[in-house]
Ligand binder design. Structure first.
Ligand code: UGA
Length: 455
């Protein structure tokens, strides 16, 4: 099939590369010329494990352009709208890029049938809205209605940054929303290799042994749109819940890791996303929970559970600084080293990263903050050079003379560095393990004083 991905962020690029690998002809479009130039030179604009390898395998089926006339929208069978939908100050999603994409599609629709797919996380009702934008743009361009030329579908993505390709090729489910049976059939055909797991797994991303087929859920547009928000909000509140229980665990002398294991073994609850720590960040949970609350309020509804999950989450970032204040008594003039700047391991993404809020808070209280990250420093320097954080490529330099260190992101590298060397370089001995990631007995044997979340 001829597939177009409008937008080359995490979702658009991963989707485009994956469908190209599965044998489709894929054109990726982005308004950002620098990104397109770099992709045309074989350089990926994001850090995502294995994406470069799959990209190299699929390159003969991939084309990148920033020019409307070169996309070939008139020949496309399936067009994914995968542009950004950042949060506006009131929590609603900013839809200007979706609108631009929809109008471009409308201007360029060809004579054959095309499925236009909302892949970006868009507010409920966006399927209808995008459809009307496409119709209006077509009418304006051609002086007639585009009847029968296109139909809308919603195909929310559930990929996690850092495991984006695994989640795309081996998903728990595929959700396709839409009212047009022809569009649903085409989408099912597009996904068939994934649904039936009938493609050759790349060497570097083996198929999980237990995976037979992937469930497909087809439903109406609004349900597909709500599934996306409801799933992300549920995962976000699962994490906030374990963190809230973690706060109580500390008070009563319990260990949150044991508690999480004990409740996660109940198959109705499940063990995943019960890792206590300094909470979630990233481009999705914060944005999507805010958008869900904003959508509900448009209908006069409150979402106290989702709102509380947000409150608990952002409180964790303040809790970290309060812990340091409790232990060090004075923060002014202290040096605190942060291990990890990215919002999670295996990504260089800093959107809504807890590290930045924690650093900002410490600096406001008069502390000096140094920070290390294995891959996100380039982005950190570009985006946050004004904050006063000392970014360093050397983890040992980051802790030189530090009064305390905080493990913010559980990069595997931080299990491999020499903590005994770190101990000798630090002035103090306090380490706040914000992800319960390091071995407490081993760290204590080296002379560190360890603070955990929920222990
Ligand atoms: C999340 C969802 O997991 C994906 O299914 C969804 O497609 C994606 O949002 C999206 O909407 O695009 P992502 O934000 O990339 O994916 O990463 P996650 O692995 O979900 O982690 C999010 C945050 O939760 C991270 O900061 C992570 O450190 C934190 N987390 C995760 C915890 O604190 N505890 C856990 O047990 C799990």
């Amino acid at each position: 099939m001829k597939v177009v991905s409008m937008g080359t962020g995490y979702v658009g690029l991963t989707t485009g590369v994956a469908f190209a690998y599965l044998g489709h002809q894929v054109v990726c479009f982005d308004v950002d010329r620098a990104k397109i130039d770099s992709l045309n030179h074989g350089k990926l604009p994001i850090y995502e494990p294995h994406l470069d390898e799959l990209f190299n395998l699929a390159t003969s089926n991939l084309k990148f352009t920033d020019k409307e006339e070169d996309i070939g929208l008139d020949f496309a069978d399936v067009i994914f709208i995968s542009v950004g939908t950042p949060s506006m100050p009131d929590g609603r999603a900013d839809m200007q890029y979706v609108q631009m994409a929809a109008e471009m599609i409308g201007r360029n629709l060809g004579d054959h049938f095309t499925v236009v797919v909302n892949k970006s996380t868009v507010p409920i009702g966006s399927g209808n809205w995008v459809s009307s934008l496409i119709r209006d743009a077509y009418l304006k361009q051609h002086g007639q209605k585009p009847d029968g030329r296109f139909a809308m579908a919603s195909n929310p993505e559930f990929l996690r940054q850092g495991s984006a390709l695994f989640d795309t090729l081996y998903p728990d489910r595929v959700v396709i929303g839409g009212e047009d049976t022809n569009a649903l059939d085409m989408m099912t055909n597009l996904y068939r290799p994934i649904l039936n797991q009938e493609f050759a797994a790349p060497d570097f991303l083996q198929r999980p042994e237990h995976l037979g087929g992937v469930p497909l859920l087809t439903c109406d547009l609004a349900s597909a749109e709500l599934i996306k928000y409801a799933a992300n909000a549920f995962l976000a509140l699962k994490i906030s819940y374990i963190n809230e229980i973690g706060m109580l665990a500390t008070k009563v002398g319990a260990d949150i890791t044991q508690v999480a294991r004990g409740i996660g073994l109940d198959s109705r609850i499940g063990p995943r996303f019960l890792q206590a720590g300094i909470g979630w960040g990233g481009s999705c949970f914060g944005k999507d929970t805010a958008a869900l609350v904003a959508t509900a309020s448009e209908y006069g509804l409150k979402m106290p559970i989702v709102e509380s999950a947000r409150e608990v989450n952002y409180q964790m970032r303040i809790w970290v600084v309060d812990q340091l204040l409790n232990e060090l008594k004075i923060l002014k003039g202290r040096k605190v080293a942060l291990f990890g700047v990215a919002f999670k391991p295996n990504t260089d993404d800093l959107r809504d990263a807890p590290s930045i809020d924690i650093a900002r808070n410490l600096i406001q209280r008069g502390a000096k903050v140094s920070a290390h990250d294995p891959v996100a420093l380039e982005n950190a320097r570009r985006l946050y050079s004004g904050l006063g954080i000392i970014f360093t490529d050397d983890p040992y330099q980051a802790v030189a003379d530090a009064d305390a260190a905080i493990l913010v992101t559980e990069w595997p590298d931080y299990r491999k560095i020499s903590w005994s060397q770190i101990k000798s370089l630090m002035k103090g001995r306090l380490v706040l393990d914000g992800r319960n990631f390091l071995s407490r007995p081993e760290m204590e044997a080296l002379g560190f004083a360890i603070l955990n979340v929920g222990k």
